[in-house]
Design a protein around this ligand. Structure first.
Ligand code: ADP
Length: 522
């Protein structure tokens, strides 16, 4: 039986486990069934026992009554022969029916008034040595009757001498048994209801509330809110679970952070790469432009050199002395132009390779400027350009690489001459910027530089007009090299210009270039 109950309970649990009910509903159903089964088992014992106790109480009451009667009827008697007893049915004034059977009288009629069950019980008790009374419950004429039957024995011989049957309606007993059972069931129902209410409260507070909190937390996380944390402080497994959950969220957040950083780095790299790509594309375009320009710049003086040299070779005697000298000068100018360009390229290659060396020496600004002005005097004269040189008196001696300063100023000056129209003006001015820095400025009244070109002219191979059809000559390297050289001298170059009004280029350098200030161009 117990095994069967256990099996049923187990099956119900499996069904509950598979059903789509919520945890709370499953718990309530499982616990409800468990409580019912336990109560059924527990109450079945008092249920059975109460019946038996009631019957025993009836037996005890009958026994007491019979003993009383026996004492009344056989008070003086010592043996059966002396017994002044009466046989037959006596009707007690207060009910119940009492029936005396005197075995010594051998009167069969005595037993006729009894029921079959009562007679059988008397026969049984007569032969039974261990007990001499019992109760019987049976229906007579539709009424439930209880009978108490007792055998009396002779004191010495132990022979049955008489029996008494006390019978009365059993309504009281069965009602008592019924009421007992009703109360047991009521008690069971109250206990069951109490247990279910207690269980409901416990599951709500101890089990389901933290689970609901955890579920709400998980839903929040699923919606992407990783900042949320569980605040369950129950001190039990739920708190440990919540801590583990929080720990997991910390890890998740950290990983997400790292991922975000990695993504950002990747994005930056992509941006950098695309910028490099654009730079590469521009550099490639510049390279092609430069190659076209440089070959054009090389070809012009080379063609001139070859042309004049061929004339000199073919008819040297036919040429007048003056003409021959002019041709020779043209050859020399073309050669110098070529040499300048090749020197520019070499300088650029050297600065880029970091092989340009500095030769610091004592020099003066005026000395450097004079050299530059006089080296371009032929050209300025030719273009009737007025050159003015102003050097402030307070400029001390310089300790720097004079050759490189000269190279930068020569580039400024040659550009000024190149881009200034005939009868224009060029002014070279040197003044102290502060105690340690001197500024040398070259101002012209040339064509000026458009706003859009101001940045790019300092880049390598860049010219304001990069096309082959441009009017002026040049490789587009002069300002780029000047910028690199100025950096080496711990200085800088800059410019201001207004298209159509002229340009001003300047060089700022320290008066004394120390070893620590020396820099390689980047
Ligand atoms: P280039 O050998 O072509 O002169 P530079 O680097 O010296 O190379 O100059 C770059 C460009 O800057 C020139 O091609 C020109 O367009 C512009 N530039 C430089 N100096 C001047 C100036 N004084 N007036 C106008 N444009 C100038």
């Amino acid at each position: 039986m117990r095994k069967q109950i256990h099996n049923i309970y187990h099956r119900v649990l499996v069904l509950l486990h598979l059903s789509p009910l919520s945890l709370a509903e499953k718990c309530r159903i499982a616990f409800g069934i468990a409580v019912l089964l336990v109560l059924l088992l527990a109450l079945s014992i008092p249920y059975i026992w109460m019946g038996r106790l009631t019957e025993k109480a009836a037996l005890d009451a009958g026994r007491a009554k019979a003993d009383l009667l026996f004492r009344q009827h056989f008070q003086q008697a010592k043996t059966i022969s002396e017994t002044p007893g009466t046989a037959g049915i006596e009707t007690d004034a207060n009910n119940p029916e009492i029936c005396w059977i005197d075995f010594t009288k051998q009167d069969e009629n005595q037993l006729q008034q009894l029921t079959d069950s009562q007679r059988e019980m008397i026969e049984f008790l007569k032969n039974e040595k261990t007990r001499d009374d019992n109760t019987l419950l049976e229906k007579r004429n539709g009424v439930l009757q209880s009978s108490y039957i007792k055998i009396f024995r002779a004191t010495e011989t132990y022979q049955p001498i008489a029996a008494v049957v006390i019978q009365k309606p059993a309504g009281g007993i069965s009602q008592t048994i019924f009421m007992n059972r009703v109360w047991i069931i009521v008690a069971g129902l109250i206990a069951g209801a109490g247990a279910i209410i207690a269980f409901y409260m416990i599951t709500q507070r101890v089990i389901l509330r933290p689970i609901r909190q955890l579920r709400a937390l998980a839903n929040n996380v699923a919606e992407g809110n990783l900042d949320i944390r569980s605040a369950i402080k129950t001190g039990d497994e739920y708190e440990k679970l919540a801590d583990a959950f929080n720990h997991m969220l910390d890890g998740l957040q950290e990983t997400q952070q790292k991922l975000r950083q990695a993504n950002k780095q990747l994005d930056d790299k992509i941006v950098e790469l695309s910028e490099r790509n654009i730079e590469l594309f521009k550099a490639n375009k510049l390279k092609s432009e430069f190659l076209a320009n440089i070959s054009h710049e090389f070809k012009t003086p080379l063609n001139a050199i070859l042309g004049f040299a061929e004339i000199l070779r073919e008819k040297p005697e036919a040429l007048k002395k003056d003409k021959a000298r002019r041709y020779a000068e043209n050859i020399i100018t073309g050669g110098k132009n070529l040499l300048n360009m090749i020197n520019d390229l070499l300088d650029l290659a050297k600065t880029e390779a970091g092989k340009m060396k500095l030769h610091i020496e004592k020099t003066t600004v005026a000395g450097i400027c004079d050299v530059v002005v006089s080296s371009l005097a032929a050209l300025t004269r030719k273009k009737k350009i007025k050159v003015k040189l102003t050097v402030d008196d307070n400029i001390p001696n310089l300790y720097t690489d004079a050759g490189k300063v000269q190279q930068i100023l020569y580039n400024f000056m040659s550009n000024a001459v190149k881009f200034t129209p005939k009868r224009g003006r060029i002014e070279i001015r040197a003044a102290m910027m502060d105690e340690k820095t001197v500024r040398i400025t070259v101002t012209d009244t040339g064509c000026g530089i458009a706003e859009a070109d101001k940045e790019k002219i300092f880049e390598k191979f860049r010219q304001a007009d990069g096309s082959i059809t441009r009017q002026s000559t040049g490789s587009g390297l002069g300002l780029a090299i000047s910028k690199e050289l100025a950096t080496m001298l711990a200085g800088s170059i800059g410019m201001e210009s207004e298209p159509g009004c002229g340009s001003t280029f300047w060089l700022d350098i320290p008066v004394t270039l120390t070893k620590e200030q020396e820099k390689q161009p980047g």
